[in-house]
Design a protein around this ligand. Structure first.
Ligand code: AMP
Length: 173
């Protein structure tokens, strides 16, 4: 099944800049069978864990994150780039390859009663996920899980994940 999904991932050379091999998941999401497998397999990872919220990271994490939330009967929370969320936010800045970036979540999005899965499509260096993890952690939920569809092993993003994060991914390269 996962081999079928893998066959639908498109490698785009030199995007968004030279030297990067971009793992394009739009070719997975547009394929009904691949999308169904992704939704099912993601949800199987968290079926009996009492998950109450799924946090999806802008913008590609919104797709799998929404499906996962729906499948688990959980709520969905967007983590967004600065200035996009309308109400009061908490934010975290982090280092990127070139310069800094910031990510935000609504201050009232997560409570201490929540069990949270944070989802993004691809684990690369892990900088973005680590920042969102810190944000979610600052809201003191009961438990935080971290999930990706694809993990790029060569970039060693796992090393950037906090020691107490339980990380899963469906496809490893
Ligand atoms: P990271 O380096 O893990 O902080 O990744 C930053 C964002 O860019 C994440 O949302 C990743 O999903 C995305 N990203 C980074 N590198 C790639 C890649 N080679 N293919 C697809 N997405 C990527």
């Amino acid at each position: 099944m996962m081999e079928y999904v893998k066959s639908k991932v498109r490698d785009v050379m030199d995007f968004p800049q030279k030297g990067i091999v971009f793992k394009d998941l739009t070719t997975v999401f547009k394929d009904p069978r691949a999308l169904h497998i992704i939704g099912w397999d993601l949800s199987q990872l968290y079926r009996d864990k009492g998950v109450t919220k799924v946090v999806g990271i802008e913008s590609r994490g919104f797709i799998g994150g929404s499906i996962l939330a729906f499948e688990l009967g959980a709520g969905f929370v967007p983590a967004r780039k600065p200035g996009k969320l309308p109400a009061d936010t908490v934010s975290c800045s982090y280092d990127k390859e070139y310069g800094k970036d910031t990510i935000e979540i609504h201050r009232d999005a997560i409570t201490p009663d929540d069990i949270v899965v944070i989802h993004d499509d691809v684990l690369a260096t892990g900088g973005t996920m680590a920042a969102v993890y810190n944000l979610v952690k600052s809201m003191n939920p009961k438990k935080i899980y971290v999930n990706f569809i694809i993990e790029l092993g060569a970039l060693n993003g796992r090393a950037a994940m906090p020691a107490d994060a339980e990380v899963t991914s469906l496809i490893k390269y």
